[in-house]
Design a protein around this ligand. Structure first.
Ligand SMILES: Cc1cc2nc3c(=O)[nH]c(=O)nc-3n(C[C@H](O)[C@H](O)[C@H](O)COP(=O)(O)OP(=O)(O)OC[C@H]3O[C@@H](n4cnc5c(N)ncnc54)[C@H](O)[C@@H]3O)c2cc1C
Length: 277
């Protein structure tokens, strides 16, 4: 049960959503944008958030597209992870989405909610980091395209009044060789010990990680090490561990030492998987 009352709005246009946010904010309603709702409902039931108004983005047409437009794949932020996997237009993104939660939850969880959520795994962002995607952000200043590396720094850096409308990915990235590994403590559902999405472009391996540190990341240092032909595979793996951007997570799902062990094995599998490709 959600222990408080809130107003629910479902605007049909970007403009209306932006206006509604401003109106509700000035009237003290502490509004939240809502897409799949899985995280908002969980947090509201626990009383750890108390929005007095919700703005559901799912009826905005631009937020529901999954289509190739000229050289780009455009994906709306309200597309569910199930639909993303089913469309399979970006196979690495499909594989990554398929690794999140279970089928029933994936029918609700959206690309935008996963990337913008508070829970720090945000696995769906990994392929977009590798593909240098553009993020389409809507807000009081209008709609703008921003490179993912300028707006996703550990998490989405949005103003409260802004929301993610779409992602745009150059079609070059849709057919590159890729691998995706998700290692959990147990079973096929659950948050990762280590998730790595990787692709190979112009003979260079790109890697992005979730579950390793307390934020998803792609690291230039890590990629330089993995692509350094002067290092042996074991030297590469050891150096990657020394050059992670933050301490390895240590929690009930896995100690830092265990995660590091799993990460080393996964890096080994990644480099081997790309050999000769
Ligand atoms: C059983 C289960 C297992 C899970 N396992 C994993 C896992 O292994 N890995 C993983 O990465 N995720 C996992 N998740 C999902 C994750 O933790 C988030 O809860 C989920 O991705 C939120 O998506 P949503 O569409 O439901 O977002 P919502 O609940 O609608 O929103 C989440 C947050 O994002 C904001 N938001 C939503 N859409 C937008 C937007 N377009 N622009 C700006 N802000 C927005 C909201 O205001 C809210 O703060 C799991 C979830 C469940 C239920």
């Amino acid at each position: 049960m959600i222990p408080f009352d809130f107003e629910y709005y479902k605007p049909l246009t970007v403009q209306k959503a932006v206006e509604l946010f401003k109106y509700l904010q000035t009237h003290g309603k502490n509004p939240l944008f809502f897409s799949g709702g899985t995280e908002i409902i969980t947090f509201a039931r626990r009383n750890s958030i108390q929005p007095r108004a919700i703005i559901d983005l799912k009826s905005i047409p631009e937020s529901n597209v999954t289509e190739l437009q000229k050289d780009n794949l455009v994906i709306g932020s309200c597309v569910s992870l199930s639909n993303l996997s089913a469309s399979n237009l970006f196979p690495l993104l499909s594989a990554t989405a398929q690794g999140v939660a279970d089928q029933t939850a994936r029918n609700k969880i959206t690309l935008g909610g996963n990337i913008c959520g508070e829970i720090y795994y945000r696995e769906a962002v990994l392929p977009l980091l590798l593909a240098d995607s553009q993020m389409v952000i809507a807000g009081p200043q209008g709609v703008k395209d921003i490179n993912i590396h300028d707006v996703f720094l550990q998490r989405m850096r949005l103003e409260k009044s802004e929301f993610l409308l779409q992602t745009i990915t150059n079609r070059v990235y849709l057919s590159l060789p890729f691998v995706h590994f998700k290692k959990r403590q147990i079973g096929n559902v659950g948050y990762p010990l280590v998730t790595v999405a990787a692709l190979k472009k112009e003979n260079q391996i790109r890697t992005a990680f979730s579950g390793v540190c307390s934020f998803p990341f792609r690291s230039i240092e890590v990629e330089q090490i993995l692509n350094n032909s002067k290092l042996s595979l074991m030297e590469k793996i050891d150096q990657v561990i020394l050059n992670l951007p933050a301490p390895v997570i240590n929690n009930t799902e896995g100690s830092a030492d265990y995660r590091t062990f799993v990460l080393k094995n996964t890096l080994f599998e990644i480099v081997k998987a790309f050999e000769g490709r």
